[in-house]
Write a protein that binds this ligand. Sequence first.
Ligand SMILES: CC(C)(COP(=O)(O)OP(=O)(O)OC[C@H]1O[C@@H](n2cnc3c(N)ncnc32)[C@H](O)[C@@H]1OP(=O)(O)O)[C@@H](O)C(=O)NCCC(=O)NCCS
Length: 180
Amino acid sequence: MHAFAPLETPRLHLRPLAQADVDFVFRHFSDPAVNRYLLDQAPLASREEAQGIVDFFVQPTDDTYTRWVLVSKADGQPIGTCGFHKWDQRNRRAEIGYDLAPTAWGQGYMGEALKTMLSYGFTDMVLNRVEALVYPENTASVKLLEKLNFQREGILRDYFYHEGHFYDHWLLSLLKSQGD
Ligand SMILES: CC(C)(COP(=O)(O)OP(=O)(O)OC[C@H]1O[C@@H](n2cnc3c(N)ncnc32)[C@H](O)[C@@H]1OP(=O)(O)O)[C@@H](O)C(=O)NCCC(=O)NCCS
């Protein structure tokens, strides 16, 4: 069992996703702009689906997935989420996922959140390797990762199947030795 800690950046509180976030999760993950490149899941169609996501992340028996909500210190509003997936403790690696509401794009918020989250991953979770899967046309996401020193390892061909099509994805990674 691993209790995920709240984290803090200069402009954000990162707090573990909680039951009180169901409305935000529904609003956020039903927004077509947020979902455009999230090809591993369909946009949410109901509040019940949002409740299912929140239940999954707050469920204390699964410690291989976690999600923080990015909360603006300026006004206390949630602006996005980020977290680790598929934490493999034996091999000391995990994947990351992240998404911001469009009104918060282009202001460096996710870079700020990921720096803190990655540092937590490499120290508290003792990770050695962090992976990210990104649709090649998601330029903002690839740039964001490369600014954080992630390296492209290759294309995962036809990796996600979404609404009748297969989609290639870049596999990028950051090692602890390059990320501290
Ligand atoms: C990906 C995402 C988190 C980026 O967050 P952000 O805080 O807006 O990122 P930044 O402002 O630091 O922008 C990252 C870089 O991409 C660039 N960029 C942004 N949009 C771009 C676009 N459409 N085309 C080209 N470059 C773009 C920015 O200029 C910046 O580069 P720079 O620092 O050299 O100027 C945000 O766009 C998002 O949440 N998208 C929807 C969900 C998603 O796709 N998540 C990732 C799935 S892998």
